[in-house]
Write a protein that binds this ligand. Structure first.
Ligand SMILES: N[C@@H](CCC(=O)N[C@@H](CS)C(=O)NCC(=O)O)C(=O)O
Length: 286
């Protein structure tokens, strides 16, 4: 009988897109202790050569589907020859108490941390999943150039992209975000997630907080952030100026663009996704 490897994946869907393939796969995550879906866009170039890889992290309530169906990313991934990986945003179906009670905690709201608190700790380890397990699964199954990686995301996923890149100098060559939660320790979404997943000790939160992390790192990867000024979450949850101030204090290169009239939705993301691909492609040598 054949044994299942930790990197084994099964195909969920397979669709032709811009001469490449938008695929979805399923695998058993040993880090999260559950089945997980993830999207992979394979550009036409991947048929004959290895390609750089871009990781996209989605926001609250999302699955792997939101980005691949709404952002319009495939045309740019095909143009630049980039493989794009889009994981789900949390473990699912773990039957934990409270897992399905609110849209900003539990299912759809993994917050890219390693939970230390019950009942979450055995499953809610999205930080290790994105930093370690998923890249191993991707490298074992797809023609990626693992030394040419970028990361980007939206809202909770924008925070995740910033936190993960800032915590892992050298792992990524490019980084950007749409409407990220830049200071999770200081805003209600982040405080609720961190209190539940990490406990009441706020000193355990700042190790995931981009506004704090940017002051610790010596790597100075240029960051592109787009933020709509009609975003319904701007003043209470996102507050990009806090991050701009922290970056200015340590001379971290940040391009923060305020986009007039744009809200928090994927209509906003789709409007500027091409600019983000151009930003990543330049840094990834495409
Ligand atoms: N459920 C919330 C909104 C949640 C929300 O806006 N989620 C964003 C990320 S923070 C998203 O990407 N939603 C999925 C989508 O627009 O496809 C509400 O109704 O106010």
């Amino acid at each position: 009988m054949s044994q299942q490897l930790p990197t084994d994946i099964t195909s969920v869907s397979h669709n032709r897109s811009f001469d490449g393939w938008q695929n979805v796969y399923r695998h058993y995550s040993q880090v999260l202790n559950c089945q997980m879906n993830f999207g992979v866009y394979l550009p036409p170039q991947a048929e004959s050569q290895s390609c750089p890889v871009l990781y996209w992290l989605s926001g609250l309530t999302c699955t792997e589907q939101n980005f691949i169906t709404k952002a319009g990313a495939q045309q740019y991934a095909a143009k630049y020859g980039l493989i794009v990986v889009a994981p789900d945003t949390s473990p699912r179906g773990c039957n934990l108490p409270g897992e399905e009670e609110s849209w900003d905690l539990g299912t759809g709201a993994g917050f890219y941390v390693n939970a230390t608190q019950m009942p979450w700790a055995k499953h809610y380890r999205m930080y290790d999943y994105v930093v370690s397990e998923l890249p191993q699964v991707i490298a074992a199954n797809f023609p990626v150039l693992s030394d040419r990686r970028g990361i980007f995301g939206h809202s909770m996923g924008g925070y995740g992209a910033l936190a993960i890149a800032l915590k892992n100098p050298g792992m990524f060559k490019s980084i950007s975000a749409f409407a990220p939660i830049v200071a999770p320790s200081q805003v209600p979404w982040g405080q609720k997630a961190f209190r539940n997943y990490l406990g009441d000790n706020e000193s355990d939160w700042i190790g995931y907080d981009p506004t704090y992390l940017v002051k610790l790192t010596s790597e100075r990867l240029p960051i592109l952030i787009d933020q709509g000024d009609a975003d319904q979450f701007l003043d209470e949850q996102l507050r990009p100026d806090i991050f701009a101030k922290a970056c200015a204090e340590v001379n971290h290169p940040l391009t923060l663009r305020k986009q007039l009239g744009y809200d928090h939705s994927y209509y906003f993301i789709a409007s500027f996704i091409g600019d983000h691909f151009a930003h990543h492609a330049a840094a990834l040598g495409k």
